[in-house]
Ligand binder design. Structure first.
Ligand SMILES: NC(=O)c1ccc[n+]([C@@H]2O[C@H](COP(=O)([O-])OP(=O)(O)OC[C@H]3O[C@@H](n4cnc5c(N)ncnc54)[C@H](OP(=O)(O)O)[C@@H]3O)[C@@H](O)[C@H]2O)c1
Length: 275
């Protein structure tokens, strides 16, 4: 099968399309025929070797951290966290998979296991957003941010999603927001800076990027099929809409280069084509 792999850490030229054997599922795993995987900013750190202390891997390795596809044995359409999904097939722990939404193309649902579940856990688990809260979301245009905005609005919150001018920093936001907020979701890869001053006393600051001072919360997304299933239900109900750009998997190295150059816009899904 075709797979996008790296044999050593380095720049995007290390990403190679190779012909490798299909993975053989281990105990508790199923083989999934991949429809799509998606690009996440952390893929850059993994490729460069920056995550090797927190996430040790044996090289060579197939890239891709989440999947939308079909279980080979049963034909079920599924999504889930899946390491090595930038390939035609991937073996995935069955407990990580849930039924894919039916309201959107299967490939588009490849954004839900990481960006979607991160947004879910930020909004509901860490910030505990409820009706009537004033919530500031930094990075609202990003993959996580777009879904977080929809989830917070669905919870009945008043969402403030400040616009960012190219080159401007977050301290500008302070002028746009005015009154203090009950919660800040910091979903942008920069320092939260002066924005933190907008939090009311006792409010909650949740970050998925920089570590923030206690009592703020920084978290790394947990693989949670329950949360993923909750998101699928909201996608099928039309509450959460997915805005994605699809590219062929063969473009993966190019996508990495565009992301590093700051040229990638929107959430990129990589579709397996031309089997
Ligand atoms: N902790 C975790 O478990 C976890 C999970 C998922 C993601 N993450 C991290 O969270 C971040 C967001 O992920 P994502 O997938 O949503 O990324 P993304 O799609 O690239 O979105 C990034 C967001 O940050 C904004 N941004 C970028 N540079 C900025 C700056 N200098 N000032 C203000 N805003 C800026 C972008 O705004 P523009 O649209 O204006 O560029 C966009 O809204 C990434 O750093 C990612 O690695 C962490």
């Amino acid at each position: 099968m075709r797979a996008m792999r790296i044999h050593r850490y380095g720049d995007a030229s290390e990403i190679r399309e190779e012909d490798v054997p299909r993975p053989v599922p281990g105990p508790g795993e199923v083989l999934v025929r991949v429809e799509a995987t998606s690009f996440n900013p952390s893929d850059l750190g993994l490729r460069r070797g920056l995550l090797r202390d927190v996430f040790p891997i044996d090289l060579p390795v197939t890239l891709g951290g989440e999947v939308a596809g079909t279980v080979v044995e049963t034909g079920e359409r599924v999504i889930g966290r899946a390491f090595g999904a930038a390939a035609e097939y991937v073996a995935v722990p069955a407990r990580s998979l849930v039924a894919a939404p039916t309201a959107v193309p299967l490939a588009h649902a490849a954004v839900l296991p990481i960006a979607g579940v991160t947004a879910w856990q930020a909004v509901f688990e860490h910030a505990k957003i409820t009706a009537g809260r004033r919530v500031l979301i930094n990075g609202a245009t990003g993959a996580v941010g777009q879904i977080a905005v929809q989830l917070a609005r669905h919870a009945g919150a008043h969402v403030i999603a400040p616009a960012r001018r190219p080159g401007a920093d977050l301290s500008e936001v302070v002028d746009q927001v005015g009154a203090p907020v009950d919660a800040i979701l910091h979903l942008a890869p920069v320092a939260a800076g002066g924005v933190v001053s907008l939090l009311r006393p006792g409010g909650v600051l949740v970050s998925i990027t920089e570590r923030v001072p206690v009592p703020g919360v920084h978290f790394v997304t947990r693989d949670d099929a329950g949360d993923l299933g909750g998101l699928v239900a909201l996608v099928d109900a039309g509450v959460v809409q997915l805005d994605v750009l699809t590219r062929p998997l063969a473009d993966l190295a190019l996508v990495h280069r565009e992301a590093e150059a700051g040229l990638l816009r929107g959430k990129t899904v990589l579709v397996i084509r031309g089997r």
